[in-house]
Design a protein around this ligand. Structure first.
Ligand code: RIB
Ligand code: CA
Length: 317
């Protein structure tokens, strides 16, 4: 067994964020050292409380949770995603409150201290708006430079948007932050709609981990609102757990086929705001190039997620 990769998850729980956090806790390849929360699906206070409750659900209230940005860098996010994730962000499921409190440090400080003190490269999985990561780059550039890998759930190369015709939600929620991050030299993998949308959990997949035990059952319950939203909005009978696919790439590097591309974010105020313009004409050799995920074995990714979530109930805590 190789040494687990130190992992930080920056997140806006959020139904698929919850599944992603549980997936990390079910995976011996990573050691979840810190969760930082950010505004996004719902307000910061709610994303922070949700992160605490999800960790407690899996018996991991020991993992520190530090709250970050309550708003995007420049322009306010036009709306939250309560209609998708439920007003409290976990699909209407009320998880037991955590006995743990929020880490007293601001997220950016907690993240910088961890990065500066870790002897091993740290993987950061950013699965919400990129406000905290952009602030880390500005306030603690020497800490940001110590990120081993940044795996971002966000954007789209050729699949348009989900919150608007042009923009994926995380980038749309803070385009200026996304541009600061995707235009930096951080070693970034971009897990966008091109690979998340084809990777669908169906009701049979969900039933498998629902039957595994209380944690799996709660994870399945959290997904129900997502299922109903997908059925109502897209007429589909499955759910896309975007953030869980990003965590799969963080846990098993190379899960996704990536190509180094130049990426620019539309930070204008027009209809294209939040669009990720991925230059697929060439493979980029620029230091600011982003490893853009372009192909996925969706069946294998679904099997990995279901198997790992099913194993949570039996894991030592
Ligand atoms: O577009 C999908 C992303 O937006 C996911 O991170 C989901 O949690 C929402 O925040
Ligand atoms: Ca998210």
């Amino acid at each position: 067994m190789t040494t687990p990769i130190p992992l930080v998850i920056d997140t806006d729980p959020g139904i698929d964020d919850a599944l992603a956090i549980l997936l990390a806790l079910a995976s011996p390849e990573v050691d979840l050292r810190l969760v930082t929360t950010v505004h996004g699906n719902v307000e910061l206070a709610q994303t922070t409380d949700n992160a605490l409750r999800v960790l407690h659900l899996a018996g991991r209230a020991d993992v520190p949770v530090a709250a970050g940005a309550a708003a995007s860098l420049v322009h306010a996010q036009p709306e939250r995603a309560g209609h998708v994730h439920g007003t409290a962000g976990l699909g209407g499921v009320q998880l037991p409150p955590s006995p743990a409190g929020t880490d007293p440090r601001p997220a950016v400080v907690a993240l910088a201290e961890l990065l500066l003190s870790s002897p091993d490269p740290v993987t950061v999985a950013a699965i919400g708006p990129l406000t905290n990561i952009a602030l880390l780059l500005r306030v603690f550039p020497e800490a940001a430079a110590r990120i081993g890998r940044l795996v971002v759930m966000g954007g789209s190369a050729a699949r348009g948007g989900n919150v608007t015709a042009a923009a994926e939600f995380n980038v749309w929620a803070d385009p200026e932050a996304a541009q600061a991050v995707l235009g930096s030299t951080l070693p970034t993998v971009l897990v966008g709609l091109d690979v998340t949308l084809p990777t669908v959990l169906d009701e049979h997949d969900i039933a498998r981990f629902a039957a595994a035990g209380p944690i799996g059952a709660q994870a399945a319950a959290i997904l129900q609102q997502y299922l109903e939203h997908a059925r109502r909005s897209y007429g589909t009978t499955g759910v896309v757990v975007h953030d869980a696919l990003a965590l799969t790439e963080a846990i098993i590097p190379g899960t996704l086929d990536t190509v180094r591309r130049h990426v620019v974010v539309d930070t204008g105020l027009g209809a294209g705001r939040g669009q990720t313009l991925v230059d697929r004409r060439t493979v980029s050799t620029a230091p600011t190039a982003v490893e853009v995920a372009e192909r996925v074995d969706s069946a294998a990714a679904v099997e990995f997620l279901v198997t790992r979530l099913s194993g949570l109930d039996g894991r030592p805590r």
